[in-house]
Ligand binder design. Structure first.
Ligand code: ZN
Ligand code: ZN
Length: 260
């Protein structure tokens, strides 16, 4: 059975934002690294943790997302590194596509480690079933299993995994999925701690703050270009900035500025 790896265990940074899912997702979308993955990762779980950290850094510092974009990351050792975790909107599926599916990334790439080791496939199957059987309050998902390329212009999750999805995600040994109620790992509870932007007694997310300011929010929580445009517009109006790119400091200033 897949083993859950807490954010503390892989050294995750604190997220900058979150959006709670309003309804149950229809299923899961599978992703891959989309770059070279060092084949030595198969013999070193430490490399799995390092890869997760580098992906989180890219998502937060380059994409300006609030956190790593994935719900979880499946490594070659039948372990699932918890990203945003269940119950929260992922950011990896593409704008407008995140509330429909959780996002699980498999640690294979376009070169180096391309074919998932058996334990990674077992971990993926386990993780999909785990997400389907969560307690109701954690938003268990439906039966769909799709690739990132379904609905978005990308090669992700690569030819090998996409073919595997189309075969119905079989286990390498042809084994059955875990029986309901079998030894699924218990959900450790809400492990994410987000720095709140406090206004009065409220704890507000970026989107809620923007809504309260009357800005139309169409972005679904991935903190992409639409969020940046909204932040830029807000900052210009409030005199927080006059031109140029939105930097991280500006971003935080806009987040923390009092609502007037
Ligand atoms: Zn992807
Ligand atoms: Zn590993």
């Amino acid at each position: 059975m897949v083993q859950l790896v807490d954010r503390d265990q892989w050294g995750a940074r604190s997220p900058k934002g979150m959006t709670v899912l309003q309804s149950r997702p229809k299923g899961v979308k599978i992703h891959f690294v989309g770059d070279r993955v060092d084949p030595a990762i198969v013999n070193s779980h430490g490399k799995c943790l390092a890869l997760a950290k580098s992906i989180q850094k890219h998502h937060m510092d380059t994409n300006l997302w609030g956190d790593i974009g994935y719900t979880g990351l499946a490594c070659p050792h039948r372990q699932l590194l918890l990203g945003r975790g269940p119950g929260l909107l992922p950011a990896a599926n593409g704008n407008g596509l995140n509330s429909d599916h959780y996002a699980i990334m498999a640690m294979v790439g376009t070169s180096g480690l391309v074919v998932p080791p058996d334990d990674m496939l077992h971990g993926l199957v386990d993780a999909i079933h785990w997400l389907r059987r969560l307690p109701a309050k954690e938003k268990p998902c439906g039966q769909e299993v799709l690739g990132h390329r379904d609905g978005w212009d990308t090669d992700c999750p690569g030819e090998w995994l996409y073919a595997w999805l189309q075969r119905g995600c079989p286990r390498p040994d042809g084994g059955a999925p875990p029986a309901p109620g079998a030894d699924m790992p218990p959900w450790p509870g809400r492990v994410l701690e987000y720095p709140p932007a406090a206004v009065g007694d409220d704890v507000l997310t970026w989107q809620k703050q923007m809504r309260r300011r009357g800005w139309p929010i169409t972005v679904d929580g991935s903190y992409g270009s639409q969020s940046r445009d909204i932040a830029r517009q807000f900052q210009m109006e409030k005199g927080l900035r006059t031109s140029g790119k939105v930097g991280r400091d500006d971003w935080e200033a806009a987040w923390l500025a009092p609502i007037t």
